[in-house]
Design a protein around this ligand. Structure first.
Ligand SMILES: Nc1ncnc2c1ncn2[C@@H]1O[C@H](COP(=O)(O)OP(=O)(O)OP(=O)(O)O)[C@@H](O)[C@H]1O
Ligand SMILES: [Mg+2]
Length: 262
């Protein structure tokens, strides 16, 4: 289980202090595929970056299982981070390294020996169906393949949690679909908890079980994905669902118009 309690984060800007997270509370059950949705600037990336301490929260706690991430320092923090995989919208691969070397990187940092690294990297590249691209550099890979390398790198240390920050936003719908299918099968095979930050409703609809809605650094609604679509409570949720509904209506009218010869 991931338990986030009273989490706050402010940024100092030229025009003053900006509160990106405001006493945020959130609980995510182990093994879930949990969506976090919100408009641009709502605090999604800040939240996910505070979860693995890429960003330092001002106050509050983040616990993953029995480990209170916000209490750790130095070696113990580095070890805990190995159990939190993360994938990004822009993939964040090392351009000068091959797919194999990118995936091997966290294992090298963790001080694993060569034989172990070869075996484990081969295993995860197989899992993301990229065995044939092991020797390719990022510039020789498509967006979807780059994200598969990103996923393999995130999984190589056998994490308990996979954090995905807009992981499919840079991909076309077909590739998005295949990456979501991959994340779902990884979740089922490995039983790890997946946290998906998104502003795409299709992503929620496709693989998430539960969802939290974030608005100005606060969670304003949580529940199942079905509840979100059928009975949205918060302003943000209603706006999201209405936008999609309006689009559907417009398309429907356009198609009916074509049918009626208009
Ligand atoms: N390093 C920073 N310095 C100052 N302000 C920041 C910094 N990082 C984020 N912010 C501000 O904090 C707020 C939340 O940012 P965050 O990146 O978490 O939003 P987001 O929900 O991920 O948005 P998007 O959907 O556009 O990625 C924004 O208003 C942003 O401008
Ligand atoms: Mg973001």
């Amino acid at each position: 289980m991931i338990a986030i309690s009273n989490l706050s984060k402010s940024y100092k800007t030229a025009s003053g202090v900006f509160k990106a997270l405001n006493k945020l509370d959130l609980t995510i059950e182990k093994g879930d595929i949990y969506g976090i949705i919100g408009f641009s600037g709502a605090g999604k990336s800040t939240l996910v970056r505070c979860m693995n301490r890429l960003e330092e929260p001002d106050e509050g706690t983040v616990a993953i299982g029995d480990t209170v991430i916000t209490e750790l320092e130095g070696k113990r923090l580095r070890e805990a981070r190995q159990k939190i995989g993360m994938i990004f919208q822009q993939f964040n691969l090392l351009d000068g390294k091959t797919a194999f070397q990118n995936v091997a990187f966290p294992l090298r940092v963790a001080g694993r020996d060569k034989t172990f690294i070869r075996k484990r990297v081969t295993e995860v590249l197989e899992m993301v169906q990229l065995s044939d691209k092991a020797g390719h550099y990022p510039s020789q890979l498509s967006g979807g393949q780059k994200q598969r390398v990103g996923i393999a790198r995130a999984l190589v240390n056998e994490p308990d949690v996979l954090l995905c920050d807009e992981a499919t936003s840079a991909l076309d719908p077909q590739t998005t679909y295949s990456i979501l299918e991959l994340l779902q099968s990884i979740n089922q095979q490995l039983g790890l908890t997946v946290v998906l930050i998104t502003h795409e409703l299709e992503v929620l609809q496709h693989i998430c079980n539960n969802v939290a809605v974030i608005e100005q650094g606060e969670i304003v609604e949580t529940g199942t994905v079905d509840q979100f679509f059928l009975n949205p409570q918060s302003d943000t949720a209603r706006r999201f669902v209405n936008i999609v509904e309006r689009y559907r209506q417009k398309r429907k009218l356009a198609v009916e118009g074509v049918g009626a010869g208009i």
